[in-house]
Ligand binder design. Structure first.
Ligand SMILES: [Zn+2]
Length: 261
């Protein structure tokens, strides 16, 4: 098959990010890597690796850096509960010895992305990573939040964080229903994210029911929904106007009636 100039195809699905509770917003976005480097500079005692809650000297030994412990209750399934020793912070009390602007690394991991942006504005490498998350509409997530607990839409956007700001020449992104569970205002953020990728040279293909997102596409392919409505057949394709002007297209009918973003 001739793929022309396409060098990279990314399928951004809504499958949760990992099953591992050790993966958090902070580790996945690599914000924690930068923070560990900064904290090691502030400490005479601890190195970058020590600030890792997975392997470092500063991790909580009771929960082994997972933030939770499982209780063995007789005759019942194990119960997961917040680690009583570190209170879910994943670090032992020595983490409090090193502080940036009065905050320990454990304190910072309990902040949201937007709060951390304000507190850490002096740390440019950290804030450039945080800003990407905020631009993706994820500013409300806590850095210490485990990624397996994120919703499908949040996981999709977090997966995109490493792509934001890069040149995307010869890249194709495919999204499967990225608006699921999103508030209309967040759909607007998502459309801005897609526009940003397109401005940087990417082609974005979206499989979607959301009318606002459909209406913002440069090219639409409308596929029938069931046996009575041309199921699986291409009903219409082209611009928004082309779809609206296709008499058999249900999508066109609803697009014509809707007030769009
Ligand atoms: Zn613990």
């Amino acid at each position: 098959m001739d793929c022309g100039n396409i060098k990279k195809i990314d399928l951004i699905d809504s499958v949760p990010i990992g099953k591992n509770v050790r993966s958090t917003v902070g580790t996945y976005s690599k914000v924690l890597d930068e923070l560990r480097r900064e904290f090691s500079k502030l400490s005479d005692e601890y190195k970058t690796a020590d600030f890792s809650y997975n392997i470092g000297k500063l991790r909580c030994e009771i929960c082994n850096g997972t933030g939770s412990v499982s209780m063995d209750v007789q005759f019942l399934p194990d119960v997961e509960m917040t680690c009583p020793d570190c209170d879910g912070s994943r670090y032992n009390s020595d983490i409090e010895k090193t502080r940036f602007n009065g905050l320990s690394l454990a304190d910072i991991m309990s902040l949201t992305v937007d709060e951390a942006l304000e507190e850490l504005f002096e740390l440019k490498k950290v804030t450039s990573k945080l800003q990407k998350l905020s631009d993706l509409g994820l500013g409300y997530l806590t850095l210490g939040e485990a990624t397996p607990s994120l919703s499908g839409g949040e996981a999709q956007r977090l997966k995109l964080a490493s792509e934001i700001g890069k040149s995307q020449k010869n890249s194709v992104f495919i999204f499967d229903e990225p608006t699921i569970g999103l508030h209309p205002l967040d759909v607007k953020v998502l459309i801005d994210v897609f526009d940003n990728l397109i401005d940087r040279g990417a082609t974005v293909i979206v499989i979607e029911h959301d009318l606002d997102l459909i209406a913002n596409a440069d090219y639409i392919i409308d596929i029938g929904i069931d046996d009575d409505n041309y199921g699986g057949e291409i009903l219409a394709s082209g611009s928004l106007e082309d779809i609206i002007n296709t008499p058999n297209s249900l999508t066109g009918k609803y697009l014509a009636e809707k007030e769009l973003l």
